[in-house]
Design a protein around this ligand. Sequence first.
Ligand code: TXA
Ligand code: MG
Length: 318
Amino acid sequence: MSLLSICTTESLTNAALSLKNGQLVAFPTETVYGLGADALNSDAIARVYEVKGRPTDHPLIVHIASLDAIEEWAREIPEYAITLARDFWPGPMTLVLNRSKLAPNFITGGQDTIALRVPAHPVALALIKEFNSIGGKGIAAPSANRFGAVSPTTAQAVEEELSTFLHQDDRILDGGQCLIGVESTIIDCTGSVPSVLRLGAITPLMIEESTGLVAIESNPSAIRVSGSLDSHYSPHAKVILDVVAIAGDGLIAPDQIPTPNGVIRLAAPSSIEEYARVLYAALRSADQKGLEVVVVLQPGGDGLAAAIRDRLKRSATK
Ligand code: TXA
Ligand code: MG
């Protein structure tokens, strides 16, 4: 039986109940699909790690309904973090803050910080609110893929990736294709200025314009950000960047680049936003087609293009 369900008021109510009962619910966000669990239920969180195949010292993001919940989960919140939250939540931004007593070790990987995000997808927000209405405090959710693999941007991709690891009473909520397509920007807010741990749709320039502070790019290896590992976001096919594709290769490139003879075109985005939106599905389609090599011509520029190049660099490292 399929674990997929379309989003109705009834399926959202049931999904919130499932979370409260300790089951897992994969849900859409505007960035990528998340594999959700009750952030305060250690057994449910243990299953998230098991289903993902992720080391337990890699912390999870807790998804909350609004800025109002930030003080439940975090303490000593700097003014600039509140400014960022006001400007960009709900949205593709995760804030790392000093954790409150509520935040358990099994979420934070034993670190003193907690990662929080208010997602903008209506289904995600409705699910969190419904979960709150029955006593939930937050939904912990990593991207709904196996550790090291490409994040899913459709419910079908979640099903393909995780259905063999999920239980019969877990769920996958179908909210269509994710609009942004790359994971949220992660900003460490424990220092005197914001520090970007993972690039995303909220760019360093936007952070500066919002807070008046120049964001630094910190050394994420000191804090465990699995998305910052050298090899991550990888399909089975070998990803090769910025070379000429030959017959039999897959190709992901901006639409003005023609497809050489015998090359299998996987995506031809006409803007940076479209590039981000289609990239992960295109990498997945390379595996579905059984391709051995995918050539990717990277987008130039900063902002979201830099986030795309960051992910591509890691997909290409094997
Ligand atoms: O867009 C997103 O952020 C998606 C959607 C589902 O919200 N989630 C996502 O989660 O990408 P995940 O677990 O795949 O990536 C979250 C990253 C991980 O690399 C984790 O190590 C890092 O956030 N992280 C979580 N808590 C942290 C903390 N306290 N300090 C530093 N990094 C943290
Ligand atoms: Mg991930």
